[in-house]
Each structure stands twice: as structure tokens, then as C-alpha cells.
Design a protein around this ligand. Sequence first.
Ligand code: SF4
Length: 481
Amino acid sequence: MKDPKKDNAPADRGPVFTKEMRATHTILVPDMLPVHFKLLIGVLNNYGYHLELLQNGGQAVKDRGLESVHNDTCYPALLVVGQFLDALDSGRYDPDKVALVITQTGGGCRASNYIHLLRKAMKKAYPQVPIISLNFTGLEKCEGFQITPPILLKLLYCVLYGDLLLSLYNQTRPYETEKGGAERVLDACVERLLKAFRSGSFLRYGHWCRELLKAFAALPRTGEKKPKVGIVGEIYVKYSPLANNHLEDFLLAEGCEPVLPGLLDFCLYCIVNGIVDGELYDFKNARTRLSRLGYRIILRMQKKMNRLIRRQGVFEPLHEFDELRKEADKLLNQGVKMGEGWLIPAEMGLLCRTGAENVVITQPFGCLPNHIVAKGMMRRVKECYPNANLVAVDYDPGATRVNLENRIKLMLSNIRRPKSPAEEGGAAGERAAGEKSKPEEAAGGTLPKAAAQTAPPPAEASAPEREECAEAAAGRERGQI
Ligand code: SF4
């Protein structure tokens, strides 16, 4: 295990980002989560850094990535390296006054090694550019760029508020009566939150959740009901519009409501993996104890957000992480944690259970672990949720946008459209007559979410399958740490 007190960076890591460079250098950030990153960058810039979110995209980024990264490598690595190089080639930045930041997850997956690919590419093209590792596991330290406890606390709030904003934005955009209204509210909310981070009032968590809910609820809505389409998959391709060809916009244009699980779930997944290791290998140490404590606190905050959403009654709450863990236990073991591991099938299952039975699984080319737990788990998910309408889409630099979108369109053609209010009246009458109460009705929005969550396994599932799902749902208490 890496010693967190020790700098584990390789000796040949190239130029180092120093404290003095904070004043002179722009730190470029690859595009992944536009909403969250606006908050994160705003917070870090308050500490004297000058970070900038890259927005360049298109074929030039892919081509530049292919020149520097082997095409067998994970697609996210290729895109991140390509985006940095394309930005530097553009002439917008002085290479002597620029640094790059990239995350290292610290897990067993190749994501921890993207930084080495980036360094190799930069050594050839821009050897003077320092590269910063953003990691929370002591993989590398950087004297000029440090995540102190106060910054870490603010980053946690950025993730929480970012998840809420993203969810409200996605639940509002398909139904806005004035085009661009949701985006305007989103930008205004981001500005208000950044001010709150500067003044310290960001700690008034309940207040800010209510304010954001109020801001989005004030927008006039059409009153339509559109089919919900969930997006799951490898974290970069799931969120990055550059990687998934602006999937949310595409779904919106196709008349659907995109549903994106929150970033906090991935953070909690990383925390819980340490705890699960302790359980599986029967050890306890300071790290597992700290992880348990952090997990409980963060989960409570996530639940508080959902309570406030339910109390307001306009929007659907986000997934709760302990529910995801319960869902995972129905499908596979929580020891499966390479890449996004059990989180992907758990998200698929919970989406199906909570009204978004249509799911696009975004998979990057070169990603073996996520193919196993995504495409490889589709059958199991369908056994538990026979109405699940799933499609796995492989993103790679050679795949044309039209081809990828056609695959998704094929899935969309199988969507069960939500019922109109008139039809709903009829369906309610049928239910009252005791005729049926199936989860697919919840998927179409005819049952309240809470009812959908407790719905029994579908009648179409075979008896052993239903028993297995019911047993898993009832018998496992693993989600309670
Ligand atoms: S999760 Fe997949 S894409 Fe990401 S580093 Fe691992 S193998 Fe590569």
C-alpha cells in the first residue's frame, strides 16, 4: 500500500508545479462534468490558483489523442491527452505559463496511470509544462498544489450542490416553456453558490438546497410527461459531453428526459470499497474507521437533500447510496470493484426500479472491467427487471456519431411512452379494480416513486427469478454500515 505521507511520484515526472507558479500559471482542466467543475474551479480559484475548464472538442481532439496515445488504450485517456494537446496547439495559451491537472484514482484500474501517458506525450510536444496529479490517496504530492482540509470540505459541498443542480437541470430542461430558461437558472445558481463559497455561507446546507429547488421550481413547465432515459457507465464517458457526443442533448432532442446519477455516488463507491476490503480480508485500520465515519456523514447529507426535495414535491429525489448498495447485492458481489465495478449494474437496477427503465450504458473502447459489469450484467438486470430497455454503446475514436446515435435510436424505439393524464385516469381505475400493479406502470410514471421502489418483482419474471430477486431484496442487510 502507498504511504500517504510519502511522495510516491516517479523521479522523472518532469517539471514540478511550484508555489510561485500559482501566480503566473493557468492550470488547464479537462472537460468532464461541466456543472460540478464550474463550482470546483471557482472554489480553487478563491485560493489563488487560476484554473480554466477546457471546452475544445471535435475530431481534432481525437486525432491529436491518437497521435500520442496508443489506440488500444482506454478512450478517456486518449481524449484527455488529446484535449490538452489540442488546447496548447491552438495558440491560446503560452506553454511557458501553463500547467495541466489530471486525476489519479488510486484504484487498481488504469485511470491511475493516465498521468504517465500524459507526461510521455508532453515530453515530446511541450516539455516545459508541469503536470499536477489530483489524488486523495498519496500517489503523488505537489508542493504548489495542495488540497488542504478546508478545500476538501468545500469540494465535498461542490459535489453535493453540483449533483442537485445537475438533477434539477435535467428534470427542468425537457419541460421548459421558454427555451434556455433552465440554463439561465443554472448559471445564476452557480454564481450564487460561488458567492456563498467566498462568504462561507455555503455551510448552510439546508438553506442552499431549498434555494436551488425554489429557483428551478419557479420556472414555468409544460406539464408534459416524457420518457426517462438513464445514463450509466464509465465515469468519464458517462458525464463528459466530449466523450459521449453530447448524449444528454441528443436524448433531449429525441423527446426524452435524461437521468444522470450523481457524482457523489461514485465518491461514496470509492470510500465504501475500502470498507468492503476490510470486511472481505478481515482487517480494520485507521483508514477503514475514517472511511466508515466519512461514509455515514456524507450519506446523511445525501438523504437530507432528498428529504428536502420530497418535501418540496416538484422534483424527483436523487438515488440514495445505501439503496444502490442494496440493489448491487441483488445483482453481484460488492467485491467486484475494478473500474466502476458493482456501481454500474446497481445504477441500472435502481434506475429501472425508480421510473427510468430505459438505460444507455456508455462504455469506452479499451475498458475491460466496465464491459464486464455493464454489458456483461445486462442479462442479470433484465432477469430482475423484465421491462428494462437497455443498450450498451461503445465509444471509440473510430465510431461515427451517426452509428452511435442509431444504436440509441433503436433502443428509444422500444420505449413505452408515459401515459397521458386521460390514460392515467383509466389505468388508475383498473388498478382500483385490483387488476394489476406492475413496476412498468411506475416506469411510465403512474405510480409514485416510493411505491415503485417497493414494487414486487414483475409478474413476467419466472418464479425462481422472482424468488431470487425477492430474497436478495429482503435477506441482505449489507447496505447498513
Ligand atoms: S475504468 Fe475502463 S476506461 Fe477507465 S481506466 Fe479502467 S479500463 Fe480504462
